[in-house]
Design a protein around this ligand. Structure first.
Ligand SMILES: Nc1ncnc2c1ncn2[C@@H]1O[C@H](COP(=O)(O)OP(=O)(O)OP(=O)(O)O)[C@@H](O)[C@H]1O
Length: 264
């Protein structure tokens, strides 16, 4: 009988430090994301969640510490570097261009060109391919209720826009999808669809980092919960083994993390 091989993290950080003047946003923060999991990151306001995510996506450069991707140290000068290795982020503002179509938004910044001089010299876009691949990206996530991929994004509902942003992040060979408060601006029904979409992305085999203040949503979809406190990883908990109120108590410092003796 073979013993299961322990999995290694796909994305990992060790000892990240980031200071803004006298404020220490990251204080030797560790992080790990395992293949195929939904890892929620929770923490009080100002705990350093955004700074952690910005460091992992190349939006800021940590002062110290190491980031590893597939076990190899990486350093990012900008979010473009992180995207190049497959770390995609869905920001709260979604970074969509409202006047452009769904298909155009899905390809924003990486539009395929037609073959030959029309593409290489004149930059002509391969529109049939864009439309074909846009349809495939949406349907692979069960998003074909968005019928018309030529429709401008400004005509979509908030939930549908979130769907387009998530589909874009999960397409094109991405390896990790990071979502910053994906349900914060949505109503109950649309949030539900986005939570289903998050599970669909995981079902495609993509690991997800979910930053959220919404505890019911976190507890509904997360496989593990990283609790960030005072600039560092304070605890990692199993949502099936802890109550929501205990997770909040650990997050605010009212309760010690599981397995840790309470300070006298
Ligand atoms: N650009 C900046 N300049 C100065 N201080 C900053 C900057 N960015 C973050 N900070 C500070 O670093 C600390 C951590 O902030 P961060 O935004 O990472 O926390 P957060 O957990 O994401 O908070 P929230 O949930 O409120 O978004 C805070 O004290 C914040 O004021």
């Amino acid at each position: 009988m073979s013993t299961p091989v322990p999995q290694a993290p796909i994305l990992e950080a060790r000892g990240l430090v980031k200071r803004y003047g006298r404020v220490t946003a990251l204080d030797h923060a560790d992080f790990d994301l395992m293949p195929g999991e939904i890892l929620a990151v929770i923490g009080d306001n100002g705990a350093g969640k955004s700074s952690l995510i910005k460091a992992l996506t190349g939006a800021i450069r940590p002062d110290h510490g190491t980031i590893l991707f597939d076990g190899q140290p990486v350093s990012f000068d900008s979010p473009i570097d992180a995207r190049r290795i497959g770390i995609e982020t869905v920001y709260q503002n979604l970074a969509l261009s409202p006047a452009l179509s769904i298909a155009d938004n899905l390809f924003l910044g990486r539009e395929p060109r037609v073959a030959g001089p029309l593409g290489s010299l004149l930059g002509m876009l391969d529109r049939p391919r864009m439309r074909r691949e846009a349809r495939a990206a949406l349907s692979s996530l069960g998003l074909m209720t968005i019928q018309n991929i030529d429709q401008p994004v400004e005509t979509l509902s908030g939930g549908q826009r979130q769907g387009v942003a998530i589909a874009r992040a999960a397409a094109f060979g991405s390896r990790v999808v990071i979502m910053d408060e994906p349900t914060a601006a949505l109503g109950v029904k649309e949030s539900r669809k986005v939570l289903e979409l998050i599970l669909d992305v995981r079902a495609k085999g993509l690991p997800i980092v979910l930053i959220s203040h919404n505890m019911p949503h976190v507890f509904e979809v997360a496989d593990r919960i990283h609790i960030h406190r005072l600039g560092r990883r304070h605890a990692v908990v199993d949502p099936r083994a802890i109550t929501m109120s205990d997770a909040v108590a650990i997050m605010t410092g009212a309760m010690a993390p599981p397995g840790e003796a309470r300070a006298a």
